[in-house]
Design a protein around this ligand. Structure first.
Ligand code: UD1
Length: 424
């Protein structure tokens, strides 16, 4: 299996460009199933997760032209099947997002149930609750879930989500966009990726209002037309590079960033003493020659502090003056990186969903594992300031979600090497 070798790199300085958002493009690709006569999607990051979604769309009958870098032209001359490929769905939880569009477009969908993952059980009950409310009959059998729309198609309804799940909001919003009548999603997720998906659907002719608030109104339409859409910048990649500047006490200019999307990350970095300023060209993150101090973090649904930045931020907190605490409220098991940081000498203690992080730690290079996508990024950040070399295995997690990660890190002065293995 391929590995990263990361060395203490001193302050990272320079400029980095943020790619299109992974979490925005995946639901948008799933929603492209609804496009009559195709759609064009721009700023698509070259990621493993995007490859998986393209594979699923291909298996459903899509013709995808990816000859221009960062752009996908997708057409569905015919939907060949409304069963999503078992192998591909098993590779990525977000594959379940094809359920809503398949169900609303063809009246039936059969998708493999995505398994749990290292960060928690991640059930799909809220997605299914939404489909049932829209009138679908839902059958959970073996490892599949099958949904069948009533004769005449899905019908708009009021749906209250017990938790503002990002995936459930997206799946229901897509399904409801071609249902008859009006749907209200209450306690909806408010993430920027939901807004981007709603903008994409609206460009195709959907009538969605309120995306970005906790109450989304969707008036169903009968047809969708072709459209072009450019994906929003990846706020989690942006946060990761902000932290790369902060942890190495460097000075970075980060391009293609939406300040509003990263407000909690900016606020917490400023609390620690990092200078974060938006300029004409992008976001400046300046952490050199500044005393940096501790802070406390609690992850929450947007606009709260993003759970996806929890582990990279924790790596940074090991290096500041004073102890910090981190409370994880979105996923029940998102502290896998703690054991890995502790291998590097971090001495973090956890009590339930709370972690206590002593500051001023001299991290030591070690052999560690990228236990999930963001935990992998945290290991790279820790490796950049640890003494000696940090060897990170299972980096396929990192490559699922960070485009050209090694090149971007090298471009700002990081010493990072990807060691290939014949098997990989
Ligand atoms: C999305 C993001 C992921 C991010 C997460 C939370 C994508 C592709 N992934 O994941 O990077 O970490 O949002 O910001 O966009 N839950 C239920 N029942 C459900 C659905 C979810 O109980 O039917 C629970 C989950 O177990 C979890 C919480 O809700 O504890 C949040 O999950 P959700 O918002 O659905 O995350 P994802 O859409 O899977």
């Amino acid at each position: 299996m391929a590995k990263f070798l990361v060395q203490n790199s001193g302050p990272l300085n320079g400029e980095v460009y943020i790619s299109g958002s992974k979490n925005a493009v995946l639901p948008i690709l799933a929603a492209s199933i609804l496009a009559e006569d195709g759609c064009v999607i721009d700023d698509v990051p070259a990621l493993r997760d995007v490859q998986v979604m393209k594979g699923i769309l291909n298996s459903l009958g899509a013709e995808i032209d990816d000859s221009r870098e960062g752009m996908l032209e997708i057409r569905f001359p015919d939907i060949l099947t409304n069963e999503a490929d078992y192998e591909l769905v098993g590779k990525m939880r977000a594959s379940f997002l094809v359920m809503g569009p398949l169900l609303t477009k063809t009246g039936r969908a059969k998708v493999h149930i995505p398994g749990g993952c290292s960060i928690g059980a991640r059930p799909i009950d809220l997605h299914l609750k939404g489909f049932k409310a829209l009138g679908a009959k839902v059958i959970e059998k073996d490892s599949y879930v099958e949904a069948i729309a009533p004769a005449g198609g899905l019908k708009g309804a009021g749906i209250y989500l017990d938790f503002p799940s990002v995936g459930a909001t997206e799946n229901i919003m897509i399904a409801a966009s071609m249902a008859s009548g009006t749907t209200y999603i209450e306690n909806a997720a408010e993430e920027p990726e939901i807004v981007d998906l709603a903008n994409f659907l609206n460009k195709m002719g959907a009538r969605i209002k309120g995306a970005g608030t906790d109450n989304i109104k969707i008036e169903g339409v009968r047809t969708m037309h072709p459209c072009e859409h450019c994906v929003i910048p990846d706020r989690i990649e942006a946060g990761t590079f902000m932290l790369a500047g902060a942890i190495t006490r460097g000075e970075l200019l980060i391009h293609n960033i939406v300040p509003d999307h990263i407000r909690p990350i900016t606020a917490k970095l400023r609390e620690c003493g990092v200078m974060v300023e938006m300029g004409d060209e992008g976001m400046y993150v300046i952490a050199d020659r500044r005393p940096l101090t501790s802070t406390n973090i609690k992850t929450l649904p947007y606009p709260g502090f993003p759970t996806d930045i929890q582990s990279p931020f924790m790596a940074f907190l090991t290096t500041v003056k004073g102890s910090s605490s981190v409370i994880e409220t979105v996923f029940e098991n998102r502290f896998m990186h703690v054991a890995e940081l502790n291998r590097m000498g971090a001495n973090i203690r956890t009590e339930g969903n709370r972690a206590l992080i002593p500051g001023d730690t001299d991290l030591e290079g070690a052999q560690v594992i990228a236990t999930d996508l963001r935990a992998g990024a945290a290991m790279v950040l820790a490796g950049l300031v640890a003494r000696g070399t940090t060897e990170i295995s299972e980096i396929y997690h990192i490559e699922r979600g960070y485009e050209k990660f090694v090149d971007k890190c090298k471009g700002i002065g990081a010493t990072i090497l990807r060691i290939d293995d014949q098997e990989d």
